[in-house]
Design a protein around this ligand. Structure first.
Ligand code: NAD
Length: 335
């Protein structure tokens, strides 16, 4: 099938081209995102392949429909960037990569936790400057701490497995519990109770109207003083301004982010010789107890291989007229 692949970085092309040897699709790569201005690049290709920052709004979907696009193949799990109702209305099928390597994201969340709890990000810089003082580097152990997981789907469950191995007490909140977590001894509690009891909270729910700014002034108020907050889900699950206030008054003692509400203006690009005009993001960077990575939790060799396989298999399924288990419909859209 002819596929226009948008928002392509060299590593996307590398993995997709390699794995495409097994599938034989005709892939055209574009580094720009899919927007109303770039839609024409798709020519008469019946499939567009997109990533997390491509905004598939109603207008974009209608324009794709007018060009004859029949399939949107997401190279990611989250689909909050797609107007699924519009896709259904215009008869465009949407497929995604629901699970590529939940461990990739879970391990990254743990990496953020450990870096912050042991202040490894600060120690790294100190040692390189010949400063071997331990003043200010006092850490804490996850062992016997209570970690709250918001959303025990694939990634939340992978994280629960790791944390129980650390000897942490894991509590969780979700709109549906899962058996693996029950077997691990995870205790399901309300969101408010999770906020009150946790020493660290890690977010693994999707971004929906229900989870938009789930972490806000009110929920932060419920949390313990000096809480650790980790977000590898979607930026807008957190009200960043409220979090900054909580960092300023030491309510939040540790903040690890792999996602940020306005990240599409920053992440995945080299802006090292540019002036960053996002004052909220720049303020976050001034705190010594904040560690930010640029949406790289998924970025492992294993996950990239799996993403390429599932994406190309999804496209093959659609081409053959077979039903595709990874298809998402308007019913999956948040109310
Ligand atoms: P999943 O669908 O397997 O799990 C999500 C869980 O959240 C489900 O159990 C669901 O019931 C639960 N949930 C939904 N609404 C909730 C609510 N209001 N409160 C509590 N729980 C709720 O998804 P996953 O594969 O575990 O991924 C989770 C999220 O992680 C994705 O939606 C995506 O946004 C994000 N993600 C980030 C990266 C990254 O690189 N940073 C990579 C992959 C996924």
């Amino acid at each position: 099938m002819k596929v226009s692949v948008f928002s392509t970085k060299p590593y996307d092309q590398q993995f997709l081209e390699l794995i495409n040897n097994n599938y034989g699709h005709q892939l055209s790569f574009y580094s720009c995102p899919l927007t109303p201005d770039t839609i024409n690049l798709a020519g008469d290709d019946p499939c567009v392949c997109v990533f997390v920052h491509d905004k598939l709004t109603r207008d974009v979907i209608q324009a794709l429909h007018n060009k004859g696009v029949k399939l949107i193949a997401l190279r990611c799990a989250g689909f909050n960037n797609v107007d699924l109702k519009a896709a259904q209305e215009f008869g465009i099928t949407v497929v995604r990569v629901p699970a590529y390597s939940p461990e990739a994201v879970a391990e990254h969340a743990v990496g953020l936790m450990l870096s912050l709890s042991r202040k490894i990000h600060r120690a790294y810089n100190r040692v390189r400057e010949g400063n071997f003082s331990l003043n200010g580097l006092l850490g804490f152990e996850l062992h016997h701490k209570t970690v709250g997981i918001v959303g025990t789907g694939r990634i939340g469950t992978a994280l629960a497995k790791i944390l129980t191995g650390f000897g942490a007490t894991v509590i969780a909140t979700d709109i549906q519990s899962n058996d693996t977590c029950h077997q691990l001894g995870v205790e399901y509690v309300s969101f408010d109770e999770l906020c009150q009891r946790s020493d660290a909270i890690s977010l693994h729910c999707p971004l929906t109207p229900d989870t938009y700014h789930l972490i806000d002034e009110q929920s932060i108020e419920l949390m313990k003083q000096n809480i650790m907050l980790i977000n590898t889900s979607r930026g807008a699950v957190i009200d960043t301004q409220a979090v900054i206030e909580a960092l300023k008054n030491n309510k939040i003692g540790y903040l690890g982010l792999d996602v940020y509400e306005q990240e599409e203006h920053l992440f995945f690009e080299d802006l090292s010789d540019k002036i960053i005009t996002d004052d909220i993001f720049e303020r976050l960077l001034t705190f010594p107890n904040v560690l930010i990575t640029g949406h790289q939790a998924f970025f492992t060799e294993e996950a990239m291989t799996s993403i390429a396989h599932t994406t190309l298999k999804n496209i093959s399924c659609f081409e053959k007229g077979e039903s595709c288990a990874t298809e998402i419909s308007a019913d999956d859209a948040a109310p």
